[in-house]
Design a protein. Structure first.
Length: 270
């Protein structure tokens, strides 16, 4: 498994999709900064400092950027095995398709956490370059932990979508749109049980993020219910992965079926 993960990271460096992810993560703090500068004075956040920028970046990343980007990148990395016609060569090695897919997903998960670290770095850079006050060690530590944790949990949330999209090449585009819409729907789950168990809200609960000023929630989410929700998403992904089959299996069946029909036709002619 470790060798598979290492191989995946070597392959990832050659793909341009990584650059799209880096640019997308950079847009998260920049968008929050520009929105604060562009809105009318009455809607601006008072005492806008680095803590506020980091908080708004976490919210924007959970709602928009991470769900779409993680699904896009994860689906693309798997889809390339189809489009590059390398999957059939990989499966000649004594490695099952399920283990191959699991190795891919673990590598993508590690990449997602690294994107969380990268998001923290670009947020700090934006804060320093724009001269935002209150850049202190405790605030930096909280921001780093929240962004890394958010990246991990959001990846768990979109993992079933990535696994489903791995079945056919090109499906990841529709999957990224689905993930984006699902992330945006966090605005509509403001209270009650649905707010507690909605996976994207649960991801924010797990990192201790207060959504009161963003969705108008009146109470904090339950960590227990959030764990149940995210555990359910992980279980779904595991079940989907364990039931995944190599596309070649279907082709072999079709070929054997076609050969059987041909043989029967030849026998009838004789």
């Amino acid at each position: 498994m470790l060798r598979m993960i290492k191989t995946e990271f070597i392959k990832i460096k050659r793909y341009h999709i990584l650059l799209i992810g880096l640019i997308g993560m950079l847009c998260a703090p920049l968008l929050q900064l520009f929105s604060q500068m562009a809105v009318n004075e009455e809607y601006k956040r008072p005492n806008f400092d680095f803590a506020a920028l980091a908080e708004m970046t976490v919210w924007g990343s959970a709602q928009v950027f991470m769900p779409a980007l993680f699904t896009l990148i994860g689906g693309y990395l798997i889809s390339r095995e189809y489009t590059d016609d390398t999957l059939k060569n990989i499966l000649t090695v004594p490695v099952s398709f399920r283990k191959f897919l699991a190795g891919k997903l673990v590598a993508i998960g590690l990449l997602a956490v690294l994107f969380g670290v990268y998001l923290f770095g670009v947020t700090v850079a934006v804060g320093i370059l724009t001269g935002l006050p209150n850049i202190k060690i405790p605030i930096l530590a909280i921001a780093l932990l929240q962004m890394m944790g958010l990246a991990f949990w959001i990846y768990i949330v979109v993992l079933p979508i990535i696994v489903i999209c791995s079945r056919k090449p090109g499906m990841f585009m529709g999957g990224s749109v689905m993930a984006f819409l699902a992330g945006y729907c966090i605005l509509f789950f403001k209270s009650g049980l649905l707010r507690q168990v909605y996976p994207f809200s649960a991801a924010l609960t797990m990192i201790g993020f207060d959504t009161t000023s963003y969705t108008g929630t009146s109470n904090k989410g339950s960590v227990l219910l959030a764990m149940v929700s995210l555990g359910g998403m992980l279980l779904i992904a595991v079940l989907l992965t364990s039931g995944a089959r190599a596309p070649e299996d279907a082709h072999k069946k079709e070929k054997s079926k076609g050969r059987g029909i041909t043989l029967r036709a030849a026998q009838q002619r004789k």
